[in-house]
Design a binder for this molecule. Structure first.
Ligand SMILES: Nc1nc2c(c(=O)[nH]1)N[C@H]1C(S)=C(S)[C@@H](COP(=O)(O)O)O[C@H]1N2
Ligand SMILES: [Mo]
Length: 380
């Protein structure tokens, strides 16, 4: 007689895939992703919106610092999406808990979980849409994404505190006997975790090449490819979109305001001592790419205007409107020998979209602050 296969139990609410052990297994990786995402997000926020007391102490090294932290921010955010979906699936039966509220403690716990879930979904969704520069909402992305990150972190800490006994009981390899769980993981849980790992691997591998150039061949799902763009570098905002168009080189002037102000034509600027820096553009939206830049050192231009060695600088673009028209730099950046007013990219004169005739390139800085089409420097 043929051996009978054991009856397959349909996934039920009380099944082990919806238990605390599964929730802990997925939850700890989700926790790691969210923690890294939050930390790197703070770095990104304070580098972009520098509070006064930070301006002069923010370091311009390592040159790849922001490239790494923002690459991690976007990669961990993307990896957190399959993790969050799996985690929500593992715990969703709790949504139908009966009676819905057992006690004051239970009510508070459910409210904190509601904030946690809403915050996590909101952050991952708005972050993902921001990487493709799509803003289908009436509010401004940065302040709201930043504020909800704090809300999410608070709710997460509360959640970890409330769930601490369960997390502790299920963290290790073996389930404690007191909880009457099977001693080893069955194939169902292992399959689920393998599937989740594969999903995280797949979304990471197909997007991380936008920032981690060695994996660019696999970058099929990211909005940017490091090689797509003039002079081998992507573009976020073209000269046409910024309303700059083709700058007339004969009419162009660089004005440097300071104790000894002066004005240069493009030929005069190109006749000054030229230096080369190898620095990445690291866009807040997640792509980054290193390039060879040639131009005049910012510190040389400032010194010529009689700037003291700890002066800050304000940079103004030819762009008429737009949030990136004016940018300020603290002394660490302004006097770094790698910080250039670049005239050339990868050996060629800048194309209009890369900021012709002159743009800022500085180490360890968000792409939004690498101002293009520069026409004015002010010693502060
Ligand atoms: N004046 C000006 N500079 C700007 C921008 C802009 O919109 N206006 N965009 C910034 C952003 S968001 C990035 S990522 C970099 C991109 O530089 P690239 O287009 O040369 O790659 O330029 C920055 N410089
Ligand atoms: Mo950017």
């Amino acid at each position: 007689m043929k051996p009978r296969l054991p009856a397959v139990r349909p996934p039920a609410f009380r099944g082990r895939l919806h238990d605390a052990r599964t929730a802990t297994s997925i939850g700890r990786w989700l926790g790691v992703a969210i923690t890294v995402c939050f930390g790197t997000g703070l770095i990104s926020h304070y580098l972009q919106h520098q509070p006064g007391w930070l301006v002069d102490v923010l370091p311009s090294r390592p040159v790849w610092g922001y490239r790494l932290t923002q690459g991690l921010h976007v990669a961990t955010g993307i990896a957190a999406i399959p993790l969050l979906l799996a985690k929500l699936w593992a715990v969703y039966p709790k949504l139908f808990a009966w009676p819905p509220l057992r006690s004051v403690r239970h009510a508070l716990e459910r409210i904190s979980v509601a904030v946690l879930v809403a915050g996590a979904v909101f952050e991952l969704l708005t972050g993902l849409l921001n990487t493709v520069q799509w803003y289908p909402w009436p509010f401004s992305f940065v302040p709201v994404h930043f504020a909800v990150a704090w809300l999410l972190t608070g709710a997460l800490l509360l959640h970890l505190a409330v769930k601490y006994p369960e997390i502790r009981a299920h963290w290790g390899r073996r389930s404690p006997g007191t909880l009457a769980l099977p001693a080893t993981d069955g194939p169902d849980r292992r399959s689920l975790l393998t599937g989740v790992t594969a999903a995280v691997g797949a979304v990471t591998l197909t997007t991380v090449g936008q920032a981690f150039t060695p994996l660019k061949a696999f970058d099929v799902l990211a909005p940017r490819h490091p090689d797509h763009g003039p002079q081998g570098l992507p573009i976020n905002r073209t000269a046409a979109t910024a309303g700059v168009g083709q700058v007339d080189s004969a009419a162009y002037r660089l004005t440097v305001a300071g104790p000894r102000p002066y004005t240069l034509t493009l030929d005069e600027l190109a006749a000054l001592s030229q230096h080369e820096s190898v620095l990445p553009i690291a866009c807040v939206e997640g792509w980054s790419k290193s390039a060879h830049w040639t131009g005049v050192r910012m510190s040389d231009l400032l010194r010529r205007a009689g700037a003291p060695p700890d002066a800050r600088v304000r940079v103004t673009s030819l762009e008429k409107y737009g949030s990136y028209r004016v940018m300020e730099m603290g002394r660490e950046y302004a006097h770094d020998p790698l910080t250039l007013l670049a005239l050339r990219l990868n050996g060629q004169i800048l194309t209009p979209d890369h900021g012709y005739p002159a743009r800022v390139i500085a180490p360890n800085r968000p792409g939004v602050l690498q101002t293009k089409w520069v026409t004015r420097l002010e010693v502060l």
